[in-house]
Design a protein around this ligand. Structure first.
Ligand code: NAD
Length: 253
């Protein structure tokens, strides 16, 4: 996208936000890329290139080789713990006070929205900083560490696993209800850094469109959502969100 087209798209996006009272933001792995966290597809490099996500992010994968899965997540967790939210995250957090509601529905498991100060965040796919019981799903109690090459044991004797949603697992129904309610009540949905392939989150923009909401997409690449979006900003999340927040602040004052 040329600079003029990008400016135009950002201008339109800012106008939609200025007219809105309730906003939903949905984010995917692309949101965290400029904080140094690889997207799922980009992460399958080096040592991990010969594994596919189904071997690493499923119950079956864990049952087959708990140490392999634990080590993969331990590496991801170490990377995430070193990461800082970029300006785009902070721009979202700063913007929320301008609206009656500003709900972030994220597929990311890195906790960066909350770290940046966003106050209403639903982590649909869990959070890699937490662990839970593999057999019974209860939260891990007491201290546990990733710096071992087999998963630590839960107090009940089962293994601990990362508290994230794996392929083939259900999302927390309370989170889905909250997401549906937020989408129903919003005027604008901002969709940032998601390929739109992983359901049910991939269905949120479509649900918003069907309900007559305005949809803004921020993604450097076209996605299945692009033809449906009211505005597509072809840019990385950091610059697009920083500029959008500045534009909204300037136009509103
Ligand atoms: P994805 O990997 O399928 O797609 C990433 C999208 O981000 C792509 O459309 C890409 O064009 C876009 N993108 C790349 N750079 C960008 C940038 N700088 N700014 C904005 N967008 C950019 O990711 P997904 O749609 O989130 O689905 C993959 C699944 O993997 C999700 O369920 C998520 O839970 C999980 N995941 C999470 C993290 C994390 O927590 N940071 C990282 C990897 C994967």
């Amino acid at each position: 996208m040329t600079d003029t087209r990008m400016e135009e798209a950002l201008g339109l996006a800012a106008q939609l936000l200025l007219a809105a009272r309730d906003v939903v933001v949905t984010t995917g792995a692309g949101m965290s890329k400029e904080s140094g966290i690889a997207t799922f597809r980009d992460a399958q490099t080096g040592l991990w290139a010969r594994y596919n996500p189904e071997e690493l992010a499923t119950r079956r994968g864990f049952e087959k080789d708990p140490a392999l899965v634990w080590t993969w997540y331990a590496e991801r967790r170490a990377l995430i713990e070193r990461a800082e939210p970029h300006e785009g995250y902070r721009a979202l957090a700063a913007m929320e006070a301008r609206f009656d509601s500003f709900v972030v529905l994220t597929q990311n498991i890195d906790g960066l929205h909350a770290a940046a100060g966003s106050s209403d965040v639903i982590e649909l796919h869990g959070n890699i900083r937490r662990a839970k019981c593999f057999d019974s799903n209860h939260p891990a109690s007491g201290a546990w560490t990733t710096s071992v090459d087999t998963p630590p044991r839960c107090e009940c004797g089962s293994y601990l696993r990362p508290d994230v949603v794996w392929f083939g697992e259900m999302l927390d129904p309370a989170h889905l209800d909250r997401a549906a309610e937020a989408i129903d009540g919003c005027d604008v949905m901002l969709v940032v850094g998601t390929s739109g392939l992983v359901y049910p989150a991939a269905g949120f923009p479509e649900a918003a469109k069907h309900a007559g909401k305005m949809v803004i997409e921020i993604n450097p690449e076209p996605t299945p959502l692009s033809t449906m979006a009211d505005v597509s900003v072809r840019s990385g999340a950091r610059d697009a969100l920083s500029e959008l927040a500045q534009l909204v602040a300037r136009l509103r004052s």
